[in-house]
Design a protein around this ligand. Structure first.
Ligand SMILES: *Cc1c(COP(=O)(O)O)cnc(C)c1O
Length: 396
């Protein structure tokens, strides 16, 4: 029926959400059409990225934008850009060496994805004692702790966007401005609300990374940076294939202003973050679609998917609730109270042995809850999940 099933790769039903280990979500036909169209032609990649930059700028309010293979890739490129600026010699020295390789991060914001910054060669300087998170106090990091960690080796301040992140982004921006440092923001999973596409830039972030493969609905292996033109230029210079003669190198000024360079850098640290013309086209189509659809219609679409799960199901309805049903700023989901951690675990196991395997979010199984996300489900799969839940109900 299809290449992948012929090869024995079994499809799954993904009620977990757009996680990478489950291959992300499903793409809108318009996104697929944009990718197909791109795949039938060739482009000069610097022109394609310049066009993407202008469109990302229009949508985010930033000066410029850039597309790579994921938000993590963008964080790596952003870190590299902050560490080198437009200095080609520094670019060539990454990741082992360079004059400014420290990036300050609030200790409570450390997470597995910050590997991306370290991959570029950054040394993370942790600040703050988040005793609140240990249940032993009331504090997270404070502004003065960031400020006192700044030295001549500091390249940037990193901020992982979250509703209650401390210090707040405006506070971090104010500190960075006093010291002429860029603020790099991980906003990979900060959609919805749609307003966040502009919010971090509006409050003064210098570079913001978003994932293309999550709620945006773009290709799974895509993400974009938006922010200051000079930093985007530094990222582009470390990502583009620059294997050509300088006298025939004519990238668009809007992406790469050659007058600002003393020479042509060699192919840089960003090469493993390659995004093809198909990812670029797909992500731009997804971004346009995302903005056109709007939070309200999107939320209603997700609720309709969840309703399809609920309507196909009888046994669990009493314990089923829809979370964030009236909150357009969040992704709604179904929470099923199974009664105990053991039942939640058994239910998860039985759904996994369904054919096709059904993956749910079991991160709250210790509370006896199973969560179903609408993000990667179509309405047909939603009905299958609803029926499978009945069939999988552990007996008394
Ligand atoms: C998902 C995620 C990333 C990585 O995004 P990709 O597009 O998958 O590379 C980075 N940071 C956070 C906080 C995320 O949730």
């Amino acid at each position: 029926m299809s290449l992948l099933s012929d090869l024995g790769a079994r499809r799954i039903i993904n009620a977990r959400g757009t996680v990478t280990r489950l291959s992300g979500g499903i793409m809108h036909p318009e996104v697929i059409a944009a990718m197909t169209d791109a795949s039938r032609q060739c482009f000069d990649m610097s022109e394609l990225q310049a066009a993407a930059s202008a469109e990302i700028a229009r949508i985010t309010g930033a000066e410029a934008g850039y597309i790579a293979s994921g938000a993590s890739a963008c964080l790596m490129l952003g870190a590299a850009a902050a560490m080198t600026g437009l200095d080609a010699a520094s670019m060539a020295r990454l990741p082992q060496d360079g004059p400014r390789r420290e990036i300050i991060i609030v200790r409570s914001q450390r997470n597995a994805y910050d590997h991306a910054l370290r991959t570029a060669g950054a040394n993370l300087v942790e600040v703050g004692l988040p005793d609140r998170h240990a249940g032993a106090g009331v504090r997270d990091a404070q502004g003065w702790q960031i400020e006192s960690a700044i030295t001549e080796r500091t390249a940037a301040i990193f901020h992982v966007a979250a509703e209650n992140a401390e210090p707040s982004l405006p506070e971090v921006v104010a500190i960075a401005r006093r010291h002429g440092l860029p603020v790099l923001v991980d906003a990979a999973a900060q959609l919805p609300p749609q307003a966040n596409l502009r919010r971090f830039i509006e409050v003064g972030a210098d570079l913001v990374a978003f994932s293309g493969g999550k709620v945006l609905g773009g290709p799974q292996a895509s993400g974009f940076l938006c922010g200051r033109r000079d930093l985007i230029m530094a990222a582009a210079l470390q990502h583009l294939d620059l294997d050509q003669y300088i006298d025939t190198w004519t990238p668009p000024d809007t992406l790469i202003d050659r007058r600002r360079l003393v020479g042509m850098p060699v192919t840089g640290i960003g090469r493993p973050c390659k995004a093809g013309k198909e990812e670029i086209a797909g992500l731009l189509a997804a971004l346009q679609l995302f903005v056109r659809e709007g939070d309200g219609v999107r939320h209603a679409r997700w609720l309709a998917t969840l309703a399809a799960v609920r309507e196909a199901n009888t046994d669990w309805r009493a314990g089923m609730s829809i979370q964030h049903e009236a909150d357009n700023d969040r992704v709604p989901h179904i929470s099923i109270d199974t009664g105990s951690p053991e039942v939640a675990r058994e239910l998860t196991r039985r759904l996994l042995s369904h054919s096709p395997a059904i993956h749910v979010d079991d991160s709250e199984r210790h509370h006896g809850r199973i969560i179903l996300s609408p993000l990667a489900l179509d309405v047909e799969d939603a009905a299958i999940v609803g029926r499978a839940l009945d069939a999988a109900k552990p007996g008394p």
